[in-house]
Design a protein around this ligand. Structure first.
Ligand code: WQD
Length: 317
């Protein structure tokens, strides 16, 4: 297949690109390299800022030059805290970028799209596992842009778009050093960077209503997530798409202390964590129901927490 990947030089995008190429597909990468890294990917990177007004014409030209089988749209801003500081920029880039992409796809009659969505669309769910029908309300502009993105994909069905939204849970791990998550934005990369600087990882909140008092998340290996993207493209080839939205997780929850316990083993460093206050806006528990993706795609994560943390540590060292 010929795939167009936006945000393909990012941490997740580069894993999707690598897997797609290993499976014999040809991949064209669009990335403005604002956070992406060009040498994560072997081929050239087409530099397009999707939110800029000339992107529709540039994307259309690209789609006329190559007849793509599907588009995988990962290009977006993804920092929750930053989205609260500069919400307008998040709406401009995430919503505007997707709008321009859809305009170009419509113009060029390009009908298949896999959209990177997020468990941030659920907000503060109170369920043990959240399924895709849970009427979540995002609690930050980042999550809002992802939910609106899903609505945009849904509306585009009116002109014939076949779209799939993948709601990522907590993505971590790495295939190799080259593809490592170099941004210190999430628990595992933050804690690894702290250890490498000789600092102690910090636990935000130890009084949550969970077994050990720390927050529980569903950590999914980025290689499993990459696999889910290619399964989503195959799903779009089926004559009928019963569902448009799929959780991508493992269905297993792990607490902050459990994650740090695995990091202690992977690193061989006997660190003590710093126990700190809660971070505002953290749901105590966010774990995916994986029933739908298992049943419809046949997807099952093959890596667990141990492999996720070890691969992240190895990639960073
Ligand atoms: C995980 C847990 C923290 C850092 C975010 C986005 C979500 C998705 C994934 C993109 C929480 C705790 C963290 C630290 C800690 N992104 N923590 N010490 O908040 O679950 O999800 O990333 O779609 O939308 O919201 O991920 O990695 O920031 O935190 O104790 O130094 O680790 O409080 O409980 P989060 P995270």
């Amino acid at each position: 297949m010929k795939l167009l990947l936006t945000g393909g030089a990012g941490y997740i995008g580069a894993h999707v690109a690598a897997l797609a190429e290993r499976e014999g597909h040809s991949v064209t990468i669009v990335d403005d390299l604002s956070t992406g890294i060009a040498n994560r990917v072997p081929g050239p990177v087409v530099d397009i800022n999707l939110a800029s007004p000339d992107s529709v014409e540039k994307l259309s030209r690209l789609m006329r030059d190559t007849e793509f089988d599907a588009v995988i749209h990962l290009a977006a801003r993804k920092q929750v805290g930053q989205s609260v500081q500069i919400p307008e920029q998040y709406f401009l880039d995430n919503i505007g970028g997707l709008a321009n992409l859809l305009l170009a796809m419509r113009q060029e009659d390009q009908q298949k799209l896999v959209f990177s969505s997020s468990a941030a669309t659920y907000g503060m769910p109170t369920l043990d596992v959240v399924d895709e029908n849970y009427p979540g309300v995002p609690i930050n502009p980042y999550g809002q842009t992802k939910l609106i993105g899903e609505w945009m994909v849904k509306n585009a069905a009116n002109w014939g778009l076949r779209g799939v939204n993948l709601r990522y849970f907590n993505v971590a791990g790495s295939e190799s050093k080259k593809l490592a998550d170099t941004a210190e934005l999430n628990l595992i990369p933050i804690a690894i960077a702290q250890l490498k600087r000789g600092e102690q990882p910090i636990v935000f909140g130890t009084d949550y209503p969970t077994q050990d008092g720390t927050c529980i998340r569903d950590y999914v290996h980025v290689e499993d997530l990459a696999k889910a993207h290619l399964m989503a493209v195959d799903y779009l080839d089926m004559p009928v798409q019963e569902f448009a939205t799929f959780n991508v997780g493992t269905g297993q929850g792990a607490s902050v202390l459990q994650v740090l316990g695995e990091l202690r083993k992977a690193s061989g460093i006997e660190f003590e964590e710093v126990l700190a206050d809660r971070r505002p806006g953290d749901p105590p528990r966010l774990v995916a129901s994986t029933d739908r993706i298992e049943k419809i795609f046949g997807f099952k994560a093959s890596f667990g927490l141990k492999e996720i943390v070890k691969s992240a540590w190895d990639a960073a060292n």
